[in-house]
Design a protein around this ligand. Structure first.
Ligand SMILES: C[S@@+](CC[C@H](N)C(=O)[O-])C[C@H]1O[C@@H](n2cnc3c(N)ncnc32)[C@H](O)[C@@H]1O
Length: 239
């Protein structure tokens, strides 16, 4: 990524998500100017994506959906598995990022790119649904989670990787973050329409039987010495 592209992307992120308009219009205004460089910039920002995808145990013949798929970058991490899947559907609400996803998906006849709100997209009998750094950007994240669970086949798995901060008193066995972490990171990310809190992990914990959990911290470009908390959660819907 060139220095100029990096500064342009950083500038858009510093300007933040616009306040006015529908959610879709705000996403488009935010991402359109950075869509071309999105992948290169986010490569160093979004930790744990390959690990979440490995933990999902993707297999030939499965039907797989990514909600909030953006440019479809995650499909590259599983490029060896994609041709064997029955289908891979990439859902997102932002046309600028979906243009990149369509270009990328053209080489896989079983990969579909759909413009839709993750809370409203309907499908059924899906083996794997995953969200990568997307739930924190979705205002109706509870509705999106309900929708993801409703889509899953009885033995399906849901995978989520995202930034977060813990609740002051998280469920037993989960990481507790100090007050500075719980205040600083939500403030830092809110500007870009990314809302960090502990409720997502609690909700996942309540609605799914845990298969795999990792709570880690990752460095961020341009913020030397600081690390932001992220989690990987894989679970089976509780029926
Ligand atoms: C930080 S990006 C992550 C993209 C991709 N999952 C990745 O790992 O590179 C968040 C994505 O969520 C999408 N998004 C936000 N709200 C959405 C919604 N309600 N329905 C569908 N996609 C949404 C954005 O357009 C954006 O592509």
């Amino acid at each position: 990524m060139s220095r100029v592209a990096e500064f342009t992307t950083l500038w858009r992120m510093l300007r933040g998500l616009p306040d006015a308009g529908s959610h879709a219009a705000r996403l488009e205004a935010f991402y359109r100017p950075q869509a071309e460089h999105y992948d290169a910039f986010r490569e160093r920002l979004l930790a744990g994506r390959p690990r979440m995808l490995r933990a999902l145990a993707l297999r030939a013949g499965q039907r797989v959906v990514e909600l909030g798929a953006g440019t479809g970058r995650n499909a590259e991490y599983i490029a060896d598995v994609v041709p064997g899947l029955q289908s891979l559907t990439l859902v997102d609400l932002c046309p600028a990022l979906l243009e990149q996803a369509r270009r990328r998906a053209a080489r896989w006849p079983n990969c579909r790119v759909v413009e839709a709100d993750a809370a409203g997209y309907r499908d059924r009998n899906i083996d794997r649904v995953y969200l990568s750094y997307a739930l924190t950007m979705m205002p109706d994240w509870r509705g999106v989670l309900d929708n993801a669970l409703a889509m899953l086949a009885p033995d399906g798995l849901l995978g989520v990787v995202d930034f977060y901060v813990s609740e002051a008193r998280p469920p037993r066995g989960y990481v507790t973050h100090g007050v500075w972490t719980r205040r600083f990171w939500p403030w830092w990310f809110a500007h870009d329409g990314v809302h960090l809190h502990g409720q997502v992990l609690r909700r996942l914990h309540e609605r799914l039987d845990l298969e795999f959990l990792h709570e880690g911290r990752a460095p961020l470009p341009w913020l030397p010495g600081l690390t932001v908390p992220y989690f990987i959660f894989i679970g089976r819907p509780r029926r």
